[in-house]
Design a protein around this ligand. Structure first.
Ligand code: AMP
Ligand code: ZN
Length: 143
């Protein structure tokens, strides 16, 4: 696959700069250039996987491990009260850069970010129906 146009591949291979906070052979983490809060970081696999579900299990495990370490560090440094781990997968979910990445977003009490969480009630029976179908797919995937 030609990934030469992918900005996160270019950061991962050092072709363009970033404010890096961690790097090993599999993962790089750096400050988001247009943050939603101070210390907002991105944790990115070095391999070009378009979405998180396309990452191999070892990369996923390392991304998770690095994400929580970056979150602890960003909280300690900024004095934030909490953090969100956020991952947009697919254009419908707001993904702009088609190279998997996890946002680490430091949060402060009453900072007003992401206040709208539009929830609703399932009609009768749908929750059991969805749970049954999804449970089977998860089992097929993990077996
Ligand atoms: P997403 O909507 O999840 O694809 O978000 C992509 C994120 O990448 C956005 O928050 C951008 O601000 C960030 N971003 C884009 N280019 C760069 C860059 N060169 N360095 C750091 N962050 C970037
Ligand atoms: Zn890429």
């Amino acid at each position: 696959m030609d990934t030469s146009g992918c900005i996160f591949c270019r950061i991962a291979n050092g072709q363009i700069g970033a404010a890096k906070v961690f790097e090993d052979k599999d993962v790089v983490a750096f400050l988001d250039i247009a943050p939603v809060s101070d210390g907002h970081c991105l944790v990115v696999p070095k391999g070009h996987y378009p979405t998180l579900d396309q990452c191999p299990p070892e990369a996923l495990a390392r991304i998770g491990q690095v994400a929580v370490a970056v979150a602890r560090a960003a909280i300690a440094v900024t004095g934030a009260d909490g953090y969100n781990l956020l991952c947009n997968n697919g254009r419908a979910a707001g993904q702009v850069i088609a190279h998997a990445h996890v946002h680490v977003i430091p949060r402060r009490l009453n900072d007003g970010l992401f206040d709208k969480w539009p929830s609703y009630q399932y009609p009768a029976g749908l929750i059991e129906q969805l749970a049954g179908k999804i449970r089977q797919k998860v089992k097929d995937d993990l077996d």
